[in-house]
Design a protein around this ligand. Sequence first.
Ligand SMILES: Cc1cc2nc3c(=O)[nH]c(=O)nc-3n(C[C@H](O)[C@H](O)[C@H](O)COP(=O)(O)OP(=O)(O)OC[C@H]3O[C@@H](n4cnc5c(N)ncnc54)[C@H](O)[C@@H]3O)c2cc1C
Length: 440
Amino acid sequence: MAEVIVIGGGLAGLASAAALAGSGHSVRVLESRRFLGGRATSYEIGTGENAETIDNCQHVLLRCCVNLLDFYRRLGVEDQIHFYRDFIFIEPGGRRSVLRSGVLPAPAHFLESFLTLKFLSLSEKLAVMRGIRAIKAQYKTRPDLDRITMLHWLKEERQPPRAIERFWRQILVSAISEELDATAASHGFQVFRLGLLARRDSYQMGVPSVPLGELYAEEKWKKVGPVEFLLRSPVERIVIENGAVQFVIARGQELRADHYICALPFERVPEVAPGLELDVGDFEYSPITGIHLWFDRPVIDLPHATLLDRTIQWIFNKHEGRAVQLVVSASRSLLEMPRADVIALAIRELEEFLPAAHGAKLEKAHVVKEVRAVLSAKPGLESRRPLSRTKVRNLFLAGDWTRSGWPAIMEGAVRSGYLAAEAVAEAAGQPGQFLLPDIA
Ligand SMILES: Cc1cc2nc3c(=O)[nH]c(=O)nc-3n(C[C@H](O)[C@H](O)[C@H](O)COP(=O)(O)OP(=O)(O)OC[C@H]3O[C@@H](n4cnc5c(N)ncnc54)[C@H](O)[C@@H]3O)c2cc1C
């Protein structure tokens, strides 16, 4: 069995560690922070009686994220993900609509509830149905989907502006965290094909019922296999000589293994592994802002909902409606805004959607602006995302930004980790298959 060093304890690094340790390889994970999980994590804010563990931002998944669910299964935490059947849309003023699977088989399972949506007119619904049919016909057959934007494609398909804004944008900006005019159509297609059309239940949204960090807490790894975590251990350099990694330097020490997986965010790689000569010049981030609000009384009676026509895109109920987590994906408009103004805007908008928010007293607020949230899924980038194998024979790449076949979200990160683990297993002379195929 091989000795493997994984650099970076985010989902990509952790997934590769779980797959390799599960096959008996001996794995050490070097993580710069004092906790695991990278961009999908939780931490404590406040002190003493006011201390509270929050996620850096609410993370959700769909049932079609089969590799992420497999990773949770390996850690024995899959039952900590609560799946919901209802997608609730709320318009300013409070009118609600529900999208849910009905009695018809896929891909017609949404038809009944889709026709009842109040926020689209009949002609807008017919246009959306035409668009969905076009996705089914063109998925994996139309060759230029990676070169055009989703907005370009929607306009080509004559989608009305309100349908674009209230249906397509509402779903896709949250799923991919990028605006429609900056997202490759191929990613938009994948979300609809796998998430909404493939199976009657593939759209169901999973929300962790515990803070994210608990999902991969160190004690969860005992039954996985031989994995050791070295926290607060930033890797300063991956030293490459004669076409192979010789060692890595962390905390002033030289650490050696047979194989190395570099699972760092893309902007860190050129500095930590200059010998790799990786060009990430075109890679950019799209930001996400999470707004945590605590009130003196319940303000929401739903587990979660998506909010139309305003800045806030999603609201999640925390602590029986007295605390909420709001999410704004592709949140460039909020980056320069002072935190007090972000909070004031959030409260103003909540009052438009939720009658119970009127008069509720804000007790506490916390804003997390993740400027480096996810790789912007812009057209033309897919072929530039690197594969796991590198020109260095014992060094492999993982990370949501590498070419995993998915956008840079949690499923993409886990897929990249499994792909890197497969490459290591093969190089170690014990090939194994860890990646699960997509559901369609
Ligand atoms: C605010 C926000 C909301 C999101 N919402 C969702 C969502 O709802 N659904 C979804 O699917 N995805 C979501 N994502 C995306 C998801 O979090 C990421 O795709 C995923 O976590 C990336 O994992 P990763 O392992 O590729 O990278 P990272 O999580 O960035 O992991 C890299 C790790 O490397 C460590 N590191 C850095 N430098 C060093 C060094 N020198 N030495 C050692 N370690 C180092 C970092 O500390 C980190 O732990 C969201 C992201 C953000 C930021």
